[in-house]
Design a protein around this ligand. Structure first.
Ligand code: ZN
Length: 241
């Protein structure tokens, strides 16, 4: 199975359409949450995900925009966008977001938005947290989103430590090891690279491939201007932070 793995779309429909075209033909699509929040096109993104994704998790922004969690832990701009999103969402979009789980086990992979230990809030950014993740799950591998950083952590068989894979190019093998992988963010990358991020999981060959693709950032920014979303959220898309 060739699976498109996406996360943190954040209502950026232009970025979503660009990665879908770039990914080409796939057998399944898994979305690791935060379909909405920050961006200008929440209903379009929810409707697309509802129609096309085989799995979609609820992220903290999906929960925030549907009044499932308190917005107090959100920063000022994220909270403003969550309130705006809540007003935009159709009843069908809300119903779909409310139906989602924040963690799913599928085909030997544990999928969680943040971390299996705290699906809404924990950030898996470094090897020590990735080790905590692997110790908490029953599957070999774990896929997470939430950080907006495309990162892969690997624990080789017969090793207790976890390594952050930074220098390998091309598909990463999932054989003879355990992996915690994050495809990065479709709609709001934060690693200094404004291009949309996603990953291709190949379960026949057991590989994980990180990908980046440029999308029309200015199209999303104009939509955000029209929606009067915070200037800071508009500006950050140009720089990927
Ligand atoms: Zn997010």
């Amino acid at each position: 199975m060739r699976c498109l793995v996406i996360s943190d779309i954040h209502s950026n429909f232009a970025a979503l359409m660009t990665i879908v075209e770039d990914a080409g033909s796939v057998d399944a699509i898994w979305c690791l949450g935060d379909v909405v929040g920050y961006g200008p096109k929440p209903n379009e993104c929810v409707e697309w995900v509802k129609e096309h994704c085989d799995i979609c998790l609820a992220g903290n922004h999906d929960a925030g925009a549907t009044n499932q969690i308190d917005l107090a832990p959100f920063n000022t701009y994220a909270a403003m966008a969550a309130v705006w999103t809540e007003r935009q969402l159709s009843s069908l979009s809300k119903e779909y977001l409310l139906s989602l789980s924040s963690m799913v086990v599928q085909d030997g992979f544990t999928l969680a938005h943040g971390s299996p230990t705290s699906p809404h809030w924990r950030y898996v950014q470094f090897p020590d947290v990735a080790l905590e993740v692997l110790e908490s799950i029953d599957t070999e591998h774990c896929l997470v989103g939430h950080t907006h950083f495309a990162r892969v952590f690997r624990q080789n068989n017969n090793e207790s430590s976890v390594h952050w894979i930074q220098d390998e190019t091309g598909p990463i093998s999932l054989k003879d090891c355990r992996i915690v992988a994050n495809p990065g963010s479709v709609g709001q990358p934060r690693d200094g690279d404004p291009r949309a991020a996603y990953a291709i999981l190949d379960t026949d060959n057991m590989t994980w491939e990180q990908r980046r693709v440029a999308y029309p950032v200015e199209e999303t920014q104009q939509q955000m201007l029209d929606a009067e979303l915070p200037t800071r959220l508009i500006a950050r898309l140009s720089y990927g932070w």
